[in-house]
Write a protein that binds this ligand. Sequence first.
Ligand code: 5RP
Length: 237
Amino acid sequence: MTEAADQTKLLKQLVGQAAAERVQSNTVLGLGTGSTTAFAIATIGERLRSGSLTNVRGIPTSFQASVLAKQHGIPLITLDDVDSIDLAIDGADEVDPQLNLIKGGGAAHTREKVVDALAKEFIVVVDQSKLVDRLGSTFALPVEVLPMAVAPVTRALIALGGKPDLRMGIRKDGPVITDQGNMVLDVTFENLSDPAELEKTINNIPGVLENGLFIGLATIVLVGEIKDGQPVVRQIP
Ligand code: 5RP
């Protein structure tokens, strides 16, 4: 691993742990997906084992989150079992100054949005590389699509000014298949000027399950960053 990759991993670990320290006993948790949230899930498990946390139940946002939660001893439930979620912890691929997000780097944004949107409090955990002035400037927008609708949805996204790319597997020939059995188009927009409007417009295309724009959902963002040469966690706002 390079020095930069080591530093990013350390920042993700710090910020994931910081979020896990905010979890309270007797709560229902939304468990996000990705490498940063994985550190939060591990720390929640440690806190359960040490007794500093009791009676939490998790709702996983992906197969990955479910496997990790089981590994770390976090009891799991589904949305059928509860009326609300107290706290969701999840990562992001981009965070803008209004705390709007692009998510879906792990192709889990459809379930993530269901869970994160239901949470009374949604803590986003990121390293400093995820902060952007404008959404879409560093990361293409993931759109989950029914396999039979990939061609018409691709045309509709091009008509909206996007450049869609079917996400391909790594160490798997062919496209990435989501936990729900669908495909993902990663869409580059030259000028994503109205994310709130674009979120609704894309979701209105027949065959689209969900896109990775998370508008007005985050309560706070915890950012792992280097300040005066030291790794620290900063809260926004
Ligand atoms: C998965 C996501 C992840 O939360 C996002 O990709 C961030 O991942 P990481 O913490 O590994 O950087 O949206 O669909």
